[in-house]
Design a protein around this ligand. Structure first.
Ligand SMILES: Nc1ncnc2c1ncn2[C@@H]1O[C@H](COP(=O)(O)OP(=O)(O)O)[C@@H](O)[C@H]1O
Ligand SMILES: [Mg+2]
Length: 319
């Protein structure tokens, strides 16, 4: 079996949860080795709960979960030796320099000093952090700090890395920097489990994705698999007056600025595109985005209800 993480019928009910409310419900999931795996879902979907269970930080209620073939409950110590985790909203120790933070982390993981020093230097170089090595962490921007966190897990000898919302609260440029760091980390054939509610991020980075909603697995596969499994895998926009009735025979129609957005099956999308061209209407056609898929599967947008907590997270980033 070549799984990095394998969960079966995993269930988690927090103490004092309202009756019948489980944070994870019958979750069966297989994360293959050596790739970036994206766990996506709205706030409260259960992503952090899953990460904390897999990283041996939280007990589960029932089901089974293995990391690299080791039972997370019974062999927690051995699991811990092969994983590294950046928890949600974590921050590296502020009063240290960048190189000290990484070095100390490796020492705490049990590496000998020479090895720890060498790995620290390599990781800082790999993530373009060498010029900041002697800078105090508290004087870095949010994006650089997350990059330091990435350097810590990259420098570790762990085979399975957990990154829980590594870019939440960062500005777009800083997010890109962290993406690049994550991509580089994954080039070493290690497994990265990434949670995010930024769907562009999940799509840009993940070889496979799992979509969770209210603790349940809704959809799993490569981005292409996910597209193939929705009813309407294509989106067509037409910028012209079209009789809405006519458009409805092609798929699901919604009004947009200056025209219509139609979700359709491939054949219908092509036909509609041809028709629009014949009538001289401006059109665009392409596969649905992960955002579209989410909306179709969950029935709500991923951002719904998350705006408030997002603002809080962003605030805490600069606190
Ligand atoms: N320590 C806790 N005690 C009780 N309930 C919790 C705790 N942590 C999370 N929950 C609940 O479990 C559910 C899943 O939360 P979480 O795993 O943090 O979701 P996500 O990371 O996807 O936002 C939510 O309903 C949340 O309120
Ligand atoms: Mg979370």
């Amino acid at each position: 079996m070549d799984s990095a993480i394998h969960a079966e019928h995993l269930r988690k009910v927090y103490p004092h949860a309202p009756p019948g409310v489980a944070a994870l419900e019958d979750l069966t999931l297989d994360v293959p080795k050596g790739r970036i795996y994206g766990l996506i879902g709205r706030n409260g979907a259960g992503k952090t709960t899953f990460v904390r269970i897999a990283a041996t930080q939280l007990e589960y209620t029932s089901g089974t979960i293995e990391v690299l073939g080791l039972d997370v409950g019974r062999e927690a110590r051995r699991v811990r030796a092969s994983i590294a985790c950046i928890p949600q909203e974590s921050r590296p120790l502020y009063f240290l320099n960048v190189d000290e933070v990484v070095y100390l982390y490796l020492k705490m993981r049990g590496l000998d000093p020479r090895d720890a020093r060498r790995r620290t230097n390599d990781a800082l170089a790999e993530l373009s952090l060498t010029e900041y090595a002697k800078r105090s962490v508290q004087r870095l921007s949010g994006g650089l700090r997350r990059r330091v966190l990435c350097a810590m897990v990259l420098a570790s000898d762990a085979d399975v890395l957990f990154l829980d919302e590594p870019t939440t609260g960062l500005d777009p440029l800083a997010r890109r920097e962290v993406w690049e760091a994550i991509r580089r980390t994954s080039r070493e054939h290690r497994t990265l489990l990434l949670t995010t509610h930024y769907l562009d991020e999940a799509e840009a980075l993940s070889a496979r994705l799992a979509l969770v909603e209210e603790g349940r697995l809704m959809l799993e596969g490569t981005p292409a698999d996910l597209r193939a499994r929705v009813r309407y895998p294509y989106r067509v926009t037409v910028q012209a007056p079209f009789p809405e009735e006519e458009l409805r025979s092609y798929g699901r129609v919604s009004r947009i600025e200056g025209g219509y957005l139609v979700f359709a099956r491939e054949q219908d999308a092509r036909e509609l595109a041809r028709l629009a061209l014949e009538r001289g209407a401006r059109l665009s056609m392409g596969p649905v985005s992960l955002e579209d898929i989410f909306l179709e599967v969950v029935g709500r947008s991923i951002e719904e209800d998350t705006a408030n907590s997002r603002a809080e997270e962003a605030e805490s980033e600069y606190a």
